[in-house]
Design a protein around this ligand. Sequence first.
Ligand SMILES: Nc1ncnc2c1ncn2[C@@H]1O[C@H](COP(=O)(O)OP(=O)(O)OP(=O)(O)O)[C@@H](O)[C@H]1O
Length: 243
Amino acid sequence: MPTLEAVGLSRRYGPRSAVEGLSFVAEQGDIVGLLGPNGAGKTTTIRLLTTILRPTAGSFTVAGIPDREPARIRARIGVLPESAGYPGRQSGAAYLRYAARLFGRSRSESAMAARRLLDEVGLGDRAGALISTYSRGMKQRLGIARALINDPAVVFLDEPTLGLDPAGQREVLSTVALIAGERGATVVLSTHTLAEVEQVCSSLLILDRGRLRAAGTVAEVKAAVGAASLNDAFLSLTERSDR
Ligand SMILES: Nc1ncnc2c1ncn2[C@@H]1O[C@H](COP(=O)(O)OP(=O)(O)OP(=O)(O)O)[C@@H](O)[C@H]1O
């Protein structure tokens, strides 16, 4: 059974179609890159799949749970939103303990979960430091740890490397690879950085103006349009004269 399956998923805003007829499947351990120019529908797709927005047509399942049961889906997913904010005056450990308590864990379970997750994202040695002293990359990894607090089947990361320096990008991407490889979660990663897609994604979805233009592995997408690089493939699939 796929962990994530969308069939004809669509969302309109009045007359404007933000996502139109999106269909795809993803399996356990897949890292799916969600690509597309500005306004292509990436954030709308993530909002639909995380049950923040209702589809105007089509359907999807997460870990076999249909989209008409959003509360059950929310219990099985983790999300790092595009511009997550953090309480600067809390430590990373306190922030995660609080998040675990919100999921109904006991005080001692929450403390253990916070410690384990901080180690997992490479923040174990900064657990007690205030979040205001974390670098941007460290905050992103804390946000990823927060998204893992309920052991999700699917993790959605909206532009997790935006604004990070190369070392910060590398740390976030190796964390993403661990989530998929060791936890076996499915990761959906939206990004504008094609190099990182080539590095970590097992498959990709290229959207443009709400429609799926290509899907498959990097090699399959390049072959489909006869492009030498992912960059060339992306441009030929999304190029238009009105820019
Ligand atoms: N609340 C809204 N009301 C009306 N139109 C919207 C709304 N949210 C998004 N749209 C429109 O839907 C389309 C898709 O937007 P979306 O934010 O999903 O794209 P995106 O691929 O995430 O873009 P970016 O790369 O710039 O973040 C755009 O044309 C956008 O203007």
